[in-house]
Ligand binder design. Sequence first.
Ligand code: BV8
Length: 285
Amino acid sequence: MAENAEADRCRQTAALLRAAIDRGGDVAVLTGAGVSAESGVPTFRGVAIGASGHSTGRPRHEALWSEYDPMHLASIEGFRADPVAVTRWYAWRRSLVRNTDPNAGHHALVEIEAIVTSAGGRFTLLTQNVDRLHHRAGSGSHGGRVVELHGNIHIWRSLSAGNEFAGAELDELLADDKGFPPRDPTDGSVLRPCVVWFGETLPSDAFEAAAEASSSCAVFIAAGTSAVVYPAAGLVTAASQNGSATVEINADVTPASGLVDITLRGASGIVLPELARQIKQQRPR
Ligand code: BV8
């Protein structure tokens, strides 16, 4: 019985998206760590439905680095208190995400982007993730836009001159034998990842783009986010207040579940490809 109801909600969501696409409507999608979970990237909170499609069984506090609190590590206070632990944690996460691949959920979002933009609508992907798996899947290359609300773990900058390092040059500076925290070879100042920590403001251009997309889209989807981190979580309310049709795709209940029009309870790596399939199937007559 529950499965039929879930299948009905998926069909209802696909019909919503199809109708918006057919009239050239805009679609905005907010993603969180849950969308990367099926690529084997640990989440911050909540259940983690991993690559197997089942809960990874890790207790909530063990989503990331069990002996540390990710909320402390992902904060400016945490960095100031222990730059060695914080930079080691980010170096570990960077190497983890570099050795993983986008999953079916990432690829489905690229398909939906292409369908929306080819019908004349705007597709805006608002991600809280810093792993760049959306970019690696091809998001943003089919006429859509990817907005990184919390920055990008693959670029680090020096605290003094703001010199930026990435790729092989950064590999060299993050090598274990160089010691932590990593330092800018030009002036010895400490390097930090170009991410937005708790207690830091989001890049103004990113958040303005996110707020604009959320307040003008026909359909807003929140996928794989616990909807507890602000101001990103506030985008769900903004979309709902704008009159967008709002949808949540999550393995668990979140504070957004009571706000949205439709909740699809399941793994994004399964639900998003099914939505893409049904949207294509319901092609305009
Ligand atoms: C700011 C860094 C101004 C990079 C991160 C208003 C109200 C209350 C508090 C605040 C507020 N305004 C500001 C705050 C304070 C704070 C905040 O929101 N605190 C909360 C937690 C109480 N916000 C800030 O500090 C922000 N700055 O507002 O500036 C300011 C300045 C100074 C003082 C005050 C205000 C900055 C926020 C950014 C923080 N940086 N990350 C990194 O290390 O990655 S946030 C961190 O949490 C990650 O980026 C992560 O992406 C993000 C959100 O988490 P989710 O992505 O949702 O992931 P999570 O693990 O939580 O959940 C995963 C979900 O997926 C779960 O629901 C799970 O069920 C589901 N799931 C699992 N597997 C699957 C799945 N779903 C589908 N399929 C699956 N397979």
